[in-house]
Write a protein that binds this ligand. Structure first.
Ligand code: ASP
Length: 578
């Protein structure tokens, strides 16, 4: 029997046609002698009707069936489904395959536990909402291929088995059978190879690239994920951002029919940290952090501010009465996660500041505080101090997000895209005198105007580095790369890498820089994150067909698993007994 039509595509104009359909029994309703079957395929559902149910075999949910019948106009249309104006009167129905009772109902709305859904992922994927998410993901890839191809990019694959990439996460490693004691690392990104492609004269490279990072998992992080990875030669940062945002705008237009105004705005890293307490600020709402150093430092008898270089606060409008003692106590735990000593609070009630901290403030300081913050009746002020700028910013930034959610400040279906630019080149190791790590990777190019600072004040050096931030998600980012030998070595020295260490770690890569390197730079978008944003989910597992759970386990295959003693022997590995 040859399928003539897809179930979800039948419409009034098909009335009278004889059709052959296949699919899964989504639902069956027995009304005495008449039987109704909803038949599902990957286009949707159409209702089948058996005038005389005794003439067709007994079917159950999730049976695979083949049907021959005639399309009829329904007397009472079902407006809930696109095929709701028609039904197919069954001439013959064949059971192609039976099904056991599934562990959960195959429908968009489900109360099945996520681990059950992952254990039976092949059933979970039958839910139309899951199929839709995979479709959107595929569409992003298709748009990417079209756009980059039009813009003269060449798709090139880079190795999965090679050496470590300096992206800052832990590597997944693979033992070598032929060289016992040696390991490949799975790529954290194609970074080094895409730069070598530029040295190789490719000029414009892209790849829909699998990346692997052994990190603690979160709602938006999986051990393996996909990047839309690009690298370009002879282009300025502006040209790269313009090209990248053109691609982003296409995704929104073609997938959501949303017009994104270009060029996207660019926010300085430190400005974002100051105002939003984040390097990936959700800019859909205000609720800005406020600097209170001037107003409070050395103006209170409070001992807790001793040694603090930063005092900042967050005003929650109308929250004085809504916040319980317990909630304020719980915030202290939150604070500790960000190395803050605590979160102080003041309520502005009946025209005066209330709270245990108020006694440390004289009347002048109180009114200066009220004025600086523009406090209104019923406002709650949360504030903290720290000697590290990022601690206080990230700490209060986390509170900002939490309360914005609680206050319902986030409009659904709104999108705010921006570039965060001018990232610092280095991150100073807290408490150290002059120990630095690279904020991105050691090949990121410092801004030309900051090059002299490399010798005097590396902490102040900003880089040609940019992240694309959408609704508070870091959806991608990139940098221009160093292409001259002297700057590269200066950076290595600041990072405390000796010649030996460099030679050992990436000598093979740095060697290539002797042979005429073009100025180059690039970016990578996180395909999974983009798919999350464009499908409106905050769970990365919803946009991957076969993801791992938060313990990095696949509940279906139970990977990872032990291997046989022979397999271990072959790669020269012995497992230590605990
Ligand atoms: N390799 C970088 C990353 O994975 C992206 C880039 O700089 O192009 O974040």
């Amino acid at each position: 029997m040859k399928r003539t039509d897809y179930n979800g595509e039948l419409r009034l104009q098909d009335v009278g046609r004889k059709v052959s359909l296949v699919g899964w029994v989504d639902n069956k309703r027995d009304l005495g002698s008449i039987e109704f079957i909803d038949l599902r395929d990957n286009t949707g559902i159409v209702q089948l009707t058996a005038g005389d149910s005794s003439k067709i075999p007994d079917v159950r949910s999730e049976y695979v069936v083949a049907v021959v019948g005639t399309v009829h106009k329904k007397a009472v249309p079902n407006p809930k489904i696109p095929t709701g104006e028609v039904e197919v009167l069954i001439d013959a129905l064949t059971i192609v395959n039976k099904s056991e009772n599934p562990p959960f109902i195959i429908a968009d709305k489900t109360d099945a536990l996520e681990d059950t859904r992952l254990e039976y992922r092949y059933l979970d994927l039958r839910r139309p909402c899951m199929l839709e998410k995979l479709r959107t993901r595929a569409k992003i890839v298709k748009i990417t291929h079209d756009y980059l191809d039009r813009n003269r990019f060449l798709e090139v694959e880079t190795p999965i088995l090679n050496l470590a990439t300096p992206e800052g996460a832990r590597d997944y490693i693979v033992p070598s059978r032929l060289h016992h004691g040696s390991f490949y690392a799975l790529p954290q990104s194609p970074q080094l190879f895409k730069q070598l492609l530029m040295i190789g004269g490719i000029e414009r490279y892209y790849q829909v690239a699998r990346c692997f990072r052994d990190e603690d998992l979160r709602a938006d992080r999986q051990p393996e994920f996909t990047q839309i990875d690009c690298e370009m030669s002879f282009m300025s940062q502006d040209e790269i951002l313009t090209l990248a945002e053109g691609l982003l705008a296409r995704y929104f237009k073609e997938i959501l029919k949303v017009d994104i105004a270009l060029p996207l705005r660019r926010l300085d890293y430190w400005e974002g940290m100051d105002q939003y307490g984040s390097d990936k600020p959700d800019t859909r709402y205000g609720l800005f952090l406020q600097d209170l150093f001037e107003v409070l430092s050395e103006k209170t008898s409070f001992q807790g501010f001793a040694g603090a270089r930063y005092i900042k606060g967050l005003v929650l409008p109308g929250y004085a009465a809504k916040t319980s003692r317990k909630e304020l106590d719980d915030l202290q735990l939150e604070a500790r996660k960000f190395n803050l000593k605590g979160i102080l609070s003041l309520k502005f009630l009946n025209g005066a500041l209330e709270g245990s901290f108020a006694k440390f403030l004289g009347p002048d300081v109180q009114s200066a505080l009220v004025k600086t913050l523009g406090l209104k009746e019923g406002d709650l002020l949360l504030f903290a101090s720290s000697s590290y700028r990022r601690d206080i910013d990230f700490g209060l930034g986390a509170l900002r997000i939490r309360y914005a959610r609680e206050m319902g400040l986030i409009q659904p279906n709104t999108y705010d895209l921006l570039w965060v630019v001018n990232f610092p080149m280095f991150d100073k190791v807290e408490g150290s005198k002059d120990q630095y790590t690279a904020e991105h990777h050691p090949f990121t190019r410092p801004r030309d105007e900051d090059l002299p600072l490399l010798d005097t004040d590396p902490e102040k050096v900003l880089a040609y580095a940019y992240d694309i931030v959408i609704n508070g998600y870091e959806a991608g980012g990139g940098t221009l790369r160093i292409y001259d030998h002297d700057t590269q070595w200066k950076i290595f020295r600041i990072l405390g890498l000796s010649e030996e260490q460099v030679a050992k770690k990436f000598g093979w890569f740095i060697d290539a820089f002797k042979y005429g390197v073009p100025p180059h730079g690039g970016f990578a978008f996180g395909l999974d994150r983009l798919a999350m944003i464009l499908t409106g989910t905050d769970n990365i597992r919803d946009v991957e067909a076969f993801p791992k759970n938060l313990q990095a386990v696949d509940p279906m295959s139970h990977a990872p698993a032990g291997v046989s003693p022979e397999a271990l022997e072959a790669v020269g590995i012995e497992i230590k007994k605990e």
